[in-house]
Structures are given as structure tokens and as C-alpha cells.
Design a protein around this ligand. Sequence first.
Ligand code: CP
Ligand code: NVA
Length: 303
Amino acid sequence: MKHLLKMMDLSTEEITEILNLADQLKYELKHGIPHNHLAGKTLGMIFEKASTRTRVSFETGMYQLGGNALFLSSSELQIGRGEPVQDTARVLSRYIDGIMIRTFAQEEVENLAEYGDIPIINGLTDLSHPCQVLADLMTIREYKNKLDGLKMCYIGDGNNMANSLTVGCLKMGMDVTLACPEGYYPAQSTLDFAKQFPNFKIVNDPVEAAKDADVLFTDVWASMGQESEAEKRRIAFKGYQINDEVMAVAKPDAMVQHCLPAHREEEITTKVFEQHAKEIFDEAENRLHAQKAVMVLLMGEKD
Ligand code: CP
Ligand code: NVA
């Protein structure tokens, strides 16, 4: 593994290796066991979109690993004035040891990886959000002690979360059912990958999708960059919500996950959100541990 660009690039074994190391790093942090595997290393974090969790968890994670993180807002970099990402990659490769980037086009992340010679980590694009999904898989495994054979249901927009969750969960042997409105299905590349799996299904009815689910996911109806479509989307997504009706057909011990930020009473009711708040904030915490594992594997000294 040289980069973390999208879930599609990771094998089942690589995902398992990341999750195992994430569990170990979480244990070490909680027990005060030093784990400064990245002493003297610097991560550059390029943000072209807003962030709370991604920024703070990467920055804190790097600090806990003994390294440094630089927050690089695209509006203050020359990228914001048109310097090509290919040149930025080659320059930053001379100074720092890894780049985390949050941007719009997946192509930009792939370009950084092609032109730079340091590890690139995708901190969210319009197509994918692999760091989030690694934290999600870690959290499900913590609660259920396994992934293989569990039934996952995702209700809502076929967005970056739907793409990465579908690929990640299928790779880990889970059953995946998505409930998306017509016209808001995941990317064609996701559908092409998923159709090889008999345990993948996409339907229009959230209640049908939630039947016997072990874990339910949802995400915002309008993602970052889609603000102008918010009104149109509010109409298209009406009813694509995790609520009592959906929870009633899931397994009695089903867990709920949300990458956050959440829009209460849109994709999830306040009631269900608060009933499952512990799981959702454990999920947010696990961003820290999962990303530390990714950074150690990509940026640490190889044996
Ligand atoms: N879930 C997530 O990526 O959160 P931020 O947008 O706050 O980073
Ligand atoms: N789909 C959301 C996820 C935010 C973490 C977005 O792209 O805005």
C-alpha cells in the first residue's frame, strides 16, 4: 500500500491490517503506552472544503505519533491561484513526508499520487471518503466482534459515503443493501464493482432495505459543493430517513452510524440519533485511531 486514494484500491487483507493496527494504537493511547512511530515526520493537510473531524483527528493523530501536521488551506496556497496540483505535489514531496487532501474531484487526488513521491491520503472527495469508512468498519467490528456476514443498510444519497461504504463493506464480506431515490444512485464504478457480489442490492424503499439489518447508515441529502441543490434534494429525499419505522424492521440490536455532520429530522430523526449517540460518537472517535494506523503504515519506517 503506497497511498490511500479510495476503498477500491485496498485488498481485504490490507483493510484488516489497518483495522488491527488501529485497535492496537487505540489500546496504546488509552493505556498511556508511547507509540511515536512518526517522530520527525510531517504531514501536509490540504483542505479545499470545510472540516471538523478530519482536520482535528489528523492533526492530533500526527502529534500523538510524534510528528507534525501542517494545515494548508487551498485559498492560501498557490493552488487557489491556479498552480497545477502536479507541481504542488512535486514541490511538497521535497519538504514533507505525506499529504492528506480534501477536495472535489477524485482526479486531483490521483494526480497528486502520480506526480508526487510521498504517500497521499484522500480526506474526502466527491467520489469517496475512505478514511471515514475505515473508522466505520473499525466501529462495527468493536460492537459486533466481526464484519463477515453482517447485514449493512445505507439509506439516502448515492454519494461519496455510499460509494466507499459499499466497496468497503462488500470487501469485508458484509451484505450491502442501499435505498436511494431514482437519479441519486452511487457512481457507475461502484455499481460495476458491486454487481459481482450476490449479497449486494439497491432498492428505492428504505423500509425494505432496513429489514434485518445489523447496522444502518445514512448521510446528508446535500453534500459539500451541492448547496445550490439543497431545496431540490429536500424534495427528492423526503422519506429517506433513519426513523422509528425503519428501526422497527432492523435487528433488535442494530446499530446506527453517521459520518457527521448530521441534519436532524432530514436523514435521521433526533430521537434515533440520540438513542444511538454512543455508537455515532465512538465512530467519530475512531477516525483518529484508524487514520493513525493509515499514517503509520504509509509513512512509518518499513521493516
Ligand atoms: N465525517 C467527516 O469527514 O467530518 P468532517 O467534515 O468534519 O471532517
Ligand atoms: N457526503 C458528505 C460527507 C461529509 C463528511 C459531504 O461530502 O459533504
